[in-house]
Design a protein around this ligand. Sequence first.
Ligand code: ADP
Ligand code: GLC
Length: 481
Amino acid sequence: MKVAFLASEVIPYAKTGGLADVAGALPKFLAGLGAEVRVFMPLYREVRKKDLALEPVIAGASLPAGGAEGTYGVLAHRGDGFTVHFIDRPGYFDREALYGTPAGDYPDNGERFAFFCRASLEAMKATGFVPDVIHGHDWQSALTFAYLRTAYADDPWFGRTRTLFTIHNLAYQGLFEKDLLGRIGLPESLFSMDGLEFYGRVNALKAGILYATAVTTVSPRYSREIQTPEFGCGLDGLLRSRAGALHGILNGVDYKDWDPATDRLIPRNFTPADLAGKAACRQALAGEFGLTAPADRPIAGMVTRLAGQKGLDIVCRALDDLLGLGLVPVILGTGDQEIQDFLLSAREKNPGRIGLRIAFDERLARTIYAASDIFLIPSRYEPCGLTQMYAMKYGTVPVVRATGGLDDSVQEYDARTGRGNGFKFVEAEAGPLTEAARRALASFRKPDEWRKLVGNAMAADFSWNRSAADYLALYKKIASD
Ligand code: ADP
Ligand code: GLC
């Protein structure tokens, strides 16, 4: 099974969120199951800076007439179990950030990622790679499927190729003005309601939903939610029309990378059998932030994009009550200015009681997973969510809103049966979050119960093995249809 994997961020090369974790780990596990995976991604400045041994594969190529203008190169890197092909076009990708700056998205993102999609298809041809399946992720890769329906519809190279599109986040759709189509070599005839048109604009994500052989989302529950108006972001009707080809496959964790017994970025390693290292991590984190965190007050970690999706507004409204309960919040995140300002002023008002760092920092993220007692994820929606899975592995008990992948991966703890790995609340309000935190606190203050709960969380198995097998089965199914 030959698979071309297109993603706009991939660890360890470039990352802004969970997509990078998935796109860096899943190919490795697919390769372990015998698939040959080639990953395609843009050559960002962030990648250049890493000084990797990159092998030039194509130089000075240009897209066929009618595509976006400009030349490009392709450089390859042998990753862990798979090869990455970087699309090199400095004018588009040698920039400070992947998608935009705090001032907003780059205005030419439509051209940039259309170019990435088309150049990836050309690179497959130029390097002799005939994919059985092209698997694209999120809107940045979705226009690939529009090209395959138009400019490449009769290209024998892709005559047997089937396609899979994975939605990691339906809210990011890639919306552009109508004239984008002409500039990127797609016919204006695609600008209709049953094509890429969406309220007067071009919707890149629609290309994935409409034209891919099959569509997946990153948890079973989210695959159902997005077919409702509440979570459908205006596309629920379209998604319902593709219900037969829509599947939910829960993301996994690469436990070789995420293991408190071996993680080199945390202050001390630990295992389920010996949690002394976890206590040392806790002490180190409290020290780093100058926090007063006696043993009877749980540290409540958060590692998150500061975006509406993540429910930070709910935390802000619940903050006084959470502090009143004795929780010690430690938050690491970047994003929305308004949320940053609120958190910064809350910290000022509560010296020594809130840890806050506005940054993207892998070391600190892992230290927070390792050092915290509980982990707060009050998301308004969550396609899968990886942070609850990482937290559990590091012995930190999740308190989450029951939505999307959070609902699929967290089971409410039941003290009578000793089953469950966390705490959940349903309504996206401060009161229910505080109530769930209160239940967590009650368990935390009963050492035997807490030990059991932490053990359950650490034993939860979200390894990619199972989900990678599900993806491979789906590839085989669509390839034989
Ligand atoms: P999303 O992709 O919606 O942001 P996920 O839970 O799937 O949410 O994945 C988030 C990923 O990004 C995790 O690997 C998390 O550790 C990481 N992350 C988020 N914010 C930060 C940050 N400020 N610093 C370091 N890592 C972060
Ligand atoms: C998206 C979602 C997140 C998911 C991640 C990886 O960014 O917001 O829930 O875990 O993609 O699939």
